[in-house]
Ligand binder design. Sequence first.
Ligand code: UD1
Length: 369
Amino acid sequence: MQKKIVSIVGARPNFMKIAPIHRAFQKVDTSKYVNTILHTGQHYDAKMSDAFFADLDMPTPSYFLGVGSGSHAVQTAKTMIELEKVFIEDRPDLVLVPGDVNSTLAATIVATKMGIPVGHIESGLRSFDRTMPEELNRIATDVLSDILFVTEQSGLDNLIKEGIDSSKVHFVGNTMIDSLHYALPKADTKSTLEQLGLTKKAFGLITIHRPSNVDEPQQLEMILKVLQKLSESIVVVFPIHPRTRKNIELFGLQNYVENTNQFKLIDPQGYVDFLNLMRYSTFVMTDSGGIQEETTALQVPCVTIRTTTERPSTVDIGTNILIDPNYDTMISTVLPIVDGKIKQGAIPPKWDGNASERVVEIVTTFLQN
Ligand code: UD1
């Protein structure tokens, strides 16, 4: 009988983790295994969602729950209520959940309570900072999951320390990097830089959206002052997350983000355009999780404005530097990079573009038993 796998996506970073897995499932016997995509609708703006499906050649999701925004409890609960209906009507044999967003946790709770096995993509990562909602999502998802797919050595170490049965844990590499390999030829065909009036390796790329950096007026203002200061030395490109844009307006900080030749505030970018911006930037400054990994894979300097990372291989092996998000440290770290003093890095093990094939092999073996 055909086995049904449902892959859950909800927020922007999920799409690139699932797209290559979906593609890898097309290469196995489709009379035996079918993977369908379920979109919770946690991210709903076209620029935060639809653009990624097109760039990654993902099919239209078979289910769209349209849960939208809300407090953590509201968003998670709404997702659970809607997901349960789908799983009752069309019971999957296995559910795949990527990453650490609220949709990930919601799907894990619903599936495991229904006795449906869960495979967690990007398991074992820990920032050891329980003020981050993502850290709580990671811990709870890992405890409940039946198959734990790990991207880097620290993931293995953390899960074993937490007492997870090692037979459930598989070091497969990074499916997000599979997407990066897949999209590079497409990126070559796009004139992202020309359209924005940018020159290769002559701009810094900024992303910020973490509540700890953008929900406090003083912290957000400080970061915007840093961007102003940096723009005196190099062109600053700032694709803005909706959370950050809303807060800039709410706190009356619009005067810091006026467009000039040196400062470019732009909408959130699609995957392929953002890939071009990353790979041709002089440096990236970010508080994102996935961008730390993508810059390591692209060997582009990355300054992460967080005191912890759940992705230590990007620091130990890759091009990432962690810093305190304060004015002096940010300026004194970035300006030398602008002057060419950059940290060299290597590619972590199994970030080779083939992680998704390894995931599919393990899932199909699991479903045979
Ligand atoms: C979520 C994830 C975070 C991930 C990030 C990537 C959780 C807990 N957080 O954070 O781990 O790094 O996505 O972007 O799941 N909004 C829009 N349009 C959208 C989506 C959001 O306007 O398409 C606005 C809403 O006002 C919303 C706010 O942005 O309240 C935050 O969205 P939410 O999904 O709650 O969390 P993110 O900050 O995006």
